[in-house]
Design a protein around this ligand. Structure first.
Ligand SMILES: O=c1[nH]c(=O)c2[nH]c(=O)[nH]c2[nH]1
Length: 284
């Protein structure tokens, strides 16, 4: 058999980790999902069954827990970078580590009581190759809705088109955004707050001709107002709200009662780049 091993990586996915900071009576939670992916000199693992370069995924999981205890978890970008650097620095066969961390939000009820929050999930992906460190931050499940100021008309039609044009509809989406930083170090919390605010204010401010039009407005607001962000990638599912026909009941429905369709949905995806930035195909 003529074959050779192509690109590969391996690691522990979705390590669920809760770190409680309990130095003060007012506890702080860091509820994380951590995923590790290691790549390097692993051909002989696959081809010959030689496990000597394999740091078990079980060990990777233990390392995440131990580092949370030893170093704490401040910002998820820093925690991801700590782990990524560790695996490359300590394993000769590992040339590149990619660590993704998601942070699940909790709302405080009291000093040591919390309610799981309906807020979005914050994310970070850090890739380290022994030389360069790339940091991407992001968020997902940020659900936004405009109850007007959204239209969709003037689109292409053919014999299969049934969608009527509309000059007033609900626009609703669940934002999945990732953005690339120009620098390996930043005030991650402040940067996150700035990007979130740019996304939400652009969504709210924009008179939408389509979700594509809104996507660009949101991305452009991020790269033009958020210092140190070179590129933002957006995935916006169109959560269709369909006006219910109440005429059979003798009722008008002037944009008040909608059926919320969960699938299928339009999926609008796009990258917006800062002036002068090149698209980058690192770890997203
Ligand atoms: O904002 C929209 N973009 C589309 O591409 C599209 N297609 C569709 O059926 N509805 C919508 N809405």
């Amino acid at each position: 058999m003529q074959a050779r091993m192509g690109p590969n990586q391996y690691g522990k996915a979705e390590i669920r980790l809760m770190k409680v900071d309990r130095d003060h009576a007012r506890h702080v939670l860091h509820d994380l999902t951590v995923s590790v992916a290691l790549a390097g000199d692993m051909d002989r693992v696959h081809v010959d069954g030689d496990n000597s370069p394999v740091l078990p995924t079980d060990t990777q999981k233990n390392t995440a827990y131990a580092f949370a205890r030893e170093h704490g978890v401040a910002e998820i970008e820093d925690f991801a970078a700590l782990l990524a650097r560790h695996f490359v620095a300590t394993q000769v066969a590992v040339r590149r580590a990619t660590v993704t961390v998601e942070e699940h939000a909790w709302e405080r009820l009291a000093d040591h009581s919390f309610a799981r929050s309906g807020r979005e999930t914050r994310t970070a992906t850090v890739r380290y190759d022994g030389d360069r460190i790339e940091v991407r931050s992001g968020l997902r499940d940020l659900v936004l809705l405009s109850s007007t100021a959204s239209e969709f008309r003037g689109f292409a039609t053919d014999r299969w088109t049934t969608l009527p044009e509309t000059d007033d509809r609900i626009l609703c989406t669940s934002v999945d955004a990732r953005w690339r930083h120009t620098a390996p170090q930043a005030d991650w919390r402040a940067s996150y707050d700035a990007v979130r605010s740019a996304l939400t204010t652009a969504f709210a401010d924009t008179y939408s001709r389509s979700l594509q039009h809104t996507l660009y407005a949101m991305g452009a607001r991020v790269v033009s107002t958020c210092h140190g962000v070179a590129e933002v990638r957006l995935r916006l599912p169109n959560r269709h709200h369909i006006l219910v026909d109440l005429a059979p009941f003798g009722l008008e429905n002037p944009g008040e009662v909608f059926h919320v369709d969960d699938r299928p949905y339009g999926l609008i995806e796009g990258t917006v780049l800062a002036d002068g930035a090149d698209a980058d195909d690192g770890a997203w």
